[in-house]
Design a protein around this ligand. Structure first.
Ligand SMILES: NC(=O)C1=CN([C@@H]2O[C@H](COP(=O)(O)OP(=O)(O)OC[C@H]3O[C@@H](n4cnc5c(N)ncnc54)[C@H](OP(=O)(O)O)[C@@H]3O)[C@@H](O)[C@H]2O)C=CC1
Ligand SMILES: O=C(O)[C@H](O)COP(=O)(O)O
Length: 497
């Protein structure tokens, strides 16, 4: 593993890494380490520091101080540093991706893609920030009834202060930089709490920002179990904004957080509605890609297929043919289906599968599990009383519900407590638009599986799927607020024509 060379500073011992505070790599005074279990071997692979509350306080204090001078750093210089970090990150895609393979069992080629995509996101954000934050608004008072032109209002976007970023395990690098880059370009300081599974990759990514030369305290990284230090972090008085991606934890955080802006991207039960006129080959390919990439551990995975009864047999056959070609095995071998992240996650998935079996669903493949490795499974004839109709497996299992009209599909989608994305397969764009408008989700894809990317697209969930919107531009907006200065003139002044 990449323990030497450019990453030597963050190594605290054999497969053990430091946390990042005040521009330095440090060992926690707690003397405690948090193990990261390799999902494939189910044995401890790495260890990170279990940071203490005092260490969190120190990070927050230095972030607060550093932010003041960072906000006064010219925008072009902030962008320059981000471009530099992006380049360093991409240069080190190989070692960082190796950590992703070992700690979250992401297939090698997908792990490399995640790091490259992250570098691109950071650069794009630097560019977008320069344009977006370099502009303000100029309003004149006489457009509002009863006013003369005596007031000129100048607005600009200013940073919030300290942004706390908490990403989930499935994209520990990409979903971290999607919070870090917009926060930094906007002049905020950023404190990262990476997911425990994914912390080693995230720490190595943070080191790329260190190598780029960000001033001390502008970016920091606290490690430890969310269940132990999470509340202390999210309720810390120095935090001025929380950007969180993950599961129901986000709902709890939003109830506890103070009066600060929240950006929450939570779970999903993305529905895939297939109409009679759909291109079934295209639909089948997207169900397999959407439902099974990274073993279904994506918030945007296809999590329920709602297909018209008249084409259901043909569609299921086509999907099964493709599932039969998926490779199942370790991430090192670039298999399509790799072990799910934890044993408890595999147990949860198995619970959903067994419930469907007990209630009479049709299994298109035999259910197979070896440790955390679950073989891909399509479950047909799923009924409303089955848990898998409503809950997200976050694993390689896709339920199929047969419907007799589009309204049934829309109804099922909208009855969910989630509302992240959804998709429709049809050749009739007029029908697609009507269904899209009726679906209560943040995004609807027409003739493609749900997806967050490209990373500059808006990405948001309704209902329990989130608060606010992500995507490069929206994240910069969430992490800034508007400041106005009004020039009051003693007499009205009109520009001569
Ligand atoms: N909408 C979206 O964009 C996405 C949504 N998700 C959803 O996330 C879930 C799976 O991801 P997973 O990582 O397991 O999600 P979790 O909600 O369990 O964890 C997400 C992050 O929160 C941290 N955390 C845990 N407890 C607390 C706490 N009390 N306070 C603050 N932070 C805490 C975790 O740290 P630690 O690891 O140390 O526990 C981790 O960094 C699924 O439900 C999925 O749908 C996932 C990806 C994207
Ligand atoms: O966490 C997730 O699952 C992602 O936000 C989904 O991203 P993707 O659609 O680009 O895989």
């Amino acid at each position: 593993m990449a323990e030497t060379g450019v990453f030597a500073d963050l190594v605290a011992g054999d497969n053990t890494f430091k946390y990042y505070s005040e521009g330095e790599w440090k060992v926690s005074s707690s003397g405690k380490l948090v193990p990261i279990i390799n999902p494939t071997t189910r044995k401890p692979q790495f260890q990170v520091q279990a940071c203490t509350q005092e260490e969190v306080n120190k990070v927050m204090e230095s972030a607060k101080i550093a932010q003041k001078s960072w906000a006064k750093t010219p925008l072009w210089k902030r962008a320059e540093l981000l471009h530099k970090a992006a380049a360093i990150l991409k240069d080190h895609k190989k070692p960082i991706s190796e950590f992703l393979v070992k700690e979250i069992a992401k297939a090698s080629k997908d792990a490399v893609t995640e790091v490259v995509r992250s570098g691109d996101l950071v650069s794009y954000c630097a560019e977008e920030g320069v344009r977006l934050l370099g502009e303000g608004k100029f309003l004149m008072s006489d457009s509002f009834p009863g006013n003369e032109r005596t007031k000129y209002c100048l607005t600009s976007k200013i940073p919030l202060g300290v942004v706390l970023a908490i990403p989930p395990f499935n994209y520990p690098v990409n979903l971290a930089v999607s919070k870090i880059a917009p926060a930094l370009i906007a002049g905020n300081a950023l404190v990262l709490k990476p997911p425990t599974q994914g912390a080693a990759s995230a720490l190595h990514m943070v080191h790329c920002f260190h190598l780029a030369g960000f001033p001390k305290g502008v970016i920091s990284c606290i490690t430890g179990k969310g269940s132990e230090i999470g509340d202390f972090l999210t309720m810390h008085p120095n935090v001025n904004c929380i950007s969180f991606t993950g599961g129901d934890t986000g709902i709890a955080i939003s109830k506890k957080a103070g009066m600060i802006p929240l950006q929450m991207e939570l779970g999903g039960k993305d529905a895939c509605i297939i109409l009679e006129d759909a291109d079934l080959d295209l639909a089948a390919a997207n169900i397999v890609k959407g439902g099974f990439s990274y073993s279904g551990q994506r918030c945007t995975a296809v999590k329920v297929v709602l297909v018209m009864e008249s084409v259901a047999d043909t569609l299921v056959k086509k999907v099964n043919e493709k599932i039969g070609k998926l490779t199942v095995g370790p991430p090192e071998n670039d298999c399509d289906i790799t072990p799910v992240v934890t044993e408890s996650s595999a147990d949860f998935i198995e619970g959903l599968v067994m419930d469907a079996k007990k209630k009479g669903a049709t299994f298109c493949q035999e259910y197979k599990r070896d440790g955390n490795l679950i073989s891909p499974l399509l479950i047909d004839n799923v009924k409303q009383d089955m848990r898998i109709a409503w809950e997200e497996p976050f694993g390689p299992v896709v339920p199929v519900i047969r419907i007799s009209n589009a309204e049934e599909g829309i109804h099922h989608c909208n009855a969910s407590n989630f509302g992240l994305q959804g998709c429709i397969f049809t050749k009739d764009i007029n029908k697609a638009m009507l269904i899209s408008d009726a679906m209560e989700t943040g995004t609807v894809q027409i003739n493609s599986a749900p997806a967050r990317g490209p990373d500059h697209f808006p990405f948001q969930g309704l209902k329990d799927s989130g608060i606010g919107s992500q995507g490069v531009t929206n994240s910069i907006n969430v992490m800034t607020k508007v400041k106005s200065t009004v020039i009051n003139l003693p007499t009205p002044s009109y520009t001569m024509g």
